[in-house]
Every structure is written in structure tokens, then in C-alpha cells.
Ligand binder design. Structure first.
Ligand SMILES: *Cc1c(COP(=O)(O)O)cnc(C)c1O
Length: 434
């Protein structure tokens, strides 16, 4: 039996078309972006920067990179931008490398509180291994513990504070973080990978007036190709006029070789699309949908971390029965694709976490609105009730067995099969691509 790559692409397309995509970091990029990413820009080597290349034949590549830079500067109101990072993680590594020497101290939001691995997660990550990382967390209301952060900053005197989130449902108040960074003389880096699309549509506080450096991926709410950008703000250049050069040198030759010019072309297109009035409406609807989804889940009796959302995402809290893994798996069987996630003060383990993270960027791209969010919330509620029979046993030796039983149940449960068909019908009304 042999499967062709084309068959697998068709199957993946069918999977995406017929399921409801609730992972908050994913989106459906546009056909124009995909065409650019699949274009002949793929073929060209361009180590260096516009007009300073190590290879001949880059006259046109220079134009595409300058165009992407110009559009990013205009959209985010910054004086300097680097569009070459291969993705968000290498971009954060470049920022860390530009602003610190090995062994220097920096601070980030811990993973279990909704931060990202690249914000200094200890031991296993680049940041955690080559620098000294100190992590802050949340208070009792599941919000970033500002006073704890301030105390820690005063104690450890970090060179850099990174503020950003992947599983934190609330807005980030960059003004407060800037105040603390100033008090200890640290660089403030804002990682807006998840919320960049909300920032440009005016639906999330803008870090640019407060941070020295801003990083964003281009494929999440920004809806472009997989990639990232590093923005240097006026404030950053005021503190160090060479900051732009330092960032550029850390990206190339510090960490990377040739830029992915095809991605750069896709970024240029996505930035133009994000500057249109329709994108502002998109950002507004992402949040309206998130609020509608959260409200209906709560009316239905489900618990959410922090009691709700101010952004595009929320975390369903099932610590009562320990069912993050079981619920995410059962939802996927019904065509509702999300991911299991830890909750604050996770009582179990990251392998059997007590939450499920869901978000609205993808469903909003498909044109779904509040009414569809209520339908999705009702399906999730029904599945959560059914899945409770597989509560996580305290006895660790029994956990594998229960999870296996939950899987076997989910694969044949008639209720999930019924919802799967209903999901398919809803998806047909909201095609990924018109
Ligand atoms: C997604 C994300 C990243 C990493 O991006 P990759 O493209 O997956 O490497 C970094 N920081 C934050 C806050 C993110 O959400």
C-alpha cells in the first residue's frame, strides 16, 4: 500500500474543511498568502539584508523584503523591523542573544501560567539553558501577579523581562510591565504572537509605546504564513540607537542563514490584508465570538480559568474530575479540535492536565458568529457531561487504564458520532475558502 503526498494533502484539506478548529494559535491563511509561499521566491538564497547580500541576483528579493518591512513599520508604527526569523521560537532566541550575554538573568511568565517555552522555561530550552531564567506566575484570580513580578525583578535585577502568553485569557497591561522594567533598568520585550491580529485591529492593548522590542509570529491571529517578525520601537532606539543592528545581527549571522524569501512574500501580503478595514472587523468578531462562547459555556455550568476571557481564548477548567486529556480526545472524535492544557496550580501533571484550551480565530475566519458559538458551546457541554464517567483516578497506576477506556468509548460513542455529523453540516455552511 502506498499513499501519495497529494492524497495526504487532500485528506488534510478534507479534515480541516469538515472539523471545527478551536486551537487558538491556528488560523486559515489566505489563498494569496499560500500562493506567495509556494512561489519561486522559494528558490533564492539571500543571506544578509536588502542591498547587503552575499549572493548575486537579489534585486527583486530586496524589493520584497523592503516591502514587507515597510508594511510592518506602518501597521505597527515602529521605526525598525526584521522579517527574517524562521518562526517565533528562533525570533525569541535572537532577541535573547541580542540583549544578553550567556549567563545573564532574564524573566518570563512560567509555562504553567500561560507563558511560552521560549520565555525561559528551565533546563530544556535554549533560554533556560544558556541564560539564567527566573519565572513569575499568577495570583489567586488567575491574573499575572504584578506584585510578585515586581518583587522578583527587584531581587534578581534581570537584564530582560519578556511579557507574552499562549494560554492566558486576559489582556496584558504593558504600561505596568514597563514601569517595573524601568524600576530595575531591564529591557522590556513584548511577545504578542497570539494577539498581534487583535493589536492591529485595536482589540488588545498595544505594546509599542511601552516595550523596547516586540516579537510576533505571523501565522496566528495575524493570519499570514508561518514566520515571525521582530519590531524595534522608538523607545528601544532611544535607549540604544544600535538596537536595530544588534537584533539584525543576532538573526543573521547569529542564528540563521538564508531567509525564507517565499515566507517574506507571504508576510508582505498578510500585512497588507491586515491593514484593510475588513481585518478590523475580523479582530472585533474574534473577541465577540470568544465572549459569546465563554458566556454560553458558563451558563451551561462549565468552569473557565479566571471566570472568562478578554481575548480570543479561554481555558475550560475540569480539575473537578481531572479530565483535560479525556475531554480533548472526545471533542476531537466529534470534530471539535482543541488541545489539553494545564490550569493554574495544576493539581495533576502536565501529562494529565485539568484543562482544555479553546479559541476563536479560526472559526471567525470561516465567518461564524455568536449563534454558532452557542451551538459549539452546547456540543462541548454535552461532551463534557458524557466524559465525566472517566474521571482521573487518584491512584496513578490506574490512570493509563482509565484513559484507554475513555479512548475506546470515544471512538464508538453514538452521541459523539451524532455530533460529528452535525459539526460536518455546520462546517459545510462556513467553507474555509469561498
Ligand atoms: C507561538 C508562540 C511562540 C513560538 O512560535 P513558533 O512559531 O511556534 O516557534 C512564541 N511565543 C509565543 C507567545 C507564542 O504564542
Amino acid at each position: 500500500m502506498s499513499t501519495s503526498v497529494q492524497d495526504l494533502i487532500t485528506q488534510e484539506q478534507e479534515r480541516q474543511e469538515s472539523t471545527i478548529q478551536l486551537i487558538p494559535s491556528e488560523n486559515y491563511t489566505t489563498p494569496e498568502v499560500m500562493a506567495a509561499v509556494g512561489s519561486v521566491f522559494m528558490n533564492k538564497y539571500s543571506e544578509g539584508y536588502p542591498h547587503k547580500r552575499y549572493y548575486e541576483g537579489n534585486e527583486i528579493v530586496d524589493q520584497i523584503e523592503l516591502l514587507a518591512q515597510e508594511r510592518a513599520k506602518e501597521l505597527f508604527h515602529v521605526p525598525h523591523v526584521n522579517v527574517q526569523p524562521y518562526s517565533g521560537s528562533p525570533a525569541n532566541a535572537a532577541i535573547e542573544m541580542a540583549l544578553m550575554e550567556p549567563g545573564d538573568t532574564f524573566m518570563g511568565l512560567q509555562l504553567a501560567s500561560g507563558g511560552h517555552l521560549t520565555h525561559g522555561h528551565p533546563k530544556v530550552t535554549f533560554g533556560g539553558k544558556f541564560f539564567h531564567s527566573e519565572q513569575f506566575g499568577l495570583n489567586d484570580e488567575a491574573r499575572i501577579d504584578i506584585e510578585g513580578l515586581r518583587k522578583l525583578a527587584k531581587k534578581v535585577q534581570p537584564k530582560v523581562i519578556i511579557i507574552g502568553n499562549t494560554a492566558y485569557p486576559f489582556e496584558l497591561n504593558f504600561e505596568i510591565f514597563a514601569e517595573i522594567a524601568e524600576e530595575v533598568g531591564a529591557w522590556l520585550v513584548a511577545d504578542i504572537s497570539h494577539v498581534a491580529g487583535l493589536v492591529v485591529s485595536g482589540e488588545h492593548p498595544d505594546p509599542v509605546p511601552y516595550a523596547h522590542v516586540v516579537m510576533t509570529t505571523t501565522h496566528k491571529t495575524l493570519r499570514g504564513p508561518r514566520g515571525a517578525m521582530i519590531l524595534v520601537t522608538e523607545k528601544g532606539l532611544d535607549r540604544d540607537p544600535k538596537l536595530g543592528d544588534k537584533i539584525d545581527k543576532a538573526v543573521f549571522p547569529g542564528l540563521q542563514g538564508g531567509p525564507h524569501n517565499n515566507t517574506t512574500a507571504g508576510i508582505a501580503i498578510a500585512l497588507e490584508q491586515a491593514a484593510q478595514p475588513a481585518f478590523k472587523e475580523y479582530g472585533q468578531q474574534i473577541r465577540k465570538n470568544a465572549r459569546a462562547l465563554a458566556a454560553r459555556l458558563q451558563t451551561n455550568g462549565l468552569k473557565l480559568v479566571g471566570d472568562g476571557t478578554e481575548t480570543h481564548l479561554m481555558i475550560i477548567d475540569v480539575r473537578e474530575w481531572g479530565g483535560g486529556t479525556q475531554l480533548a480526545y472526545a471533542m476531537a472524535q466529534a470534530g471539535l479540535v482543541a488541545n489539553k492544557n494545564t490550569v493554574p496550580d495544576e493539581p495533576n501533571s502536565p501529562f494529565y492536565p485539568s484543562g482544555v484550551r479553546i479559541g476563536t480565530p479560526s472559526v471567525t475566519t470561516r465567518g461564524m458568529k455568536e449563534a454558532e458559538m452557542e451551538q459549539i458551546a452546547d456540543w462541548i457541554t454535552e461532551i463534557e457531561k458524557l466524559t465525566r464517567q472517566f474521571d482521573l483516578p487518584k491512584d496513578k497506576t490506574q490512570r493509563k487504564m482509565i484513559l484507554q477506556a475513555a479512548r475506546e468509548w470515544a471512538e464508538q460513542a453514538p452521541e459523539l458520532k451524532r455530533i460529528r455529523e452535525e459539526v460536518r453540516e455546520l462546517c459545510a455552511q462556513f467553507p474555509m475558502y469561498e
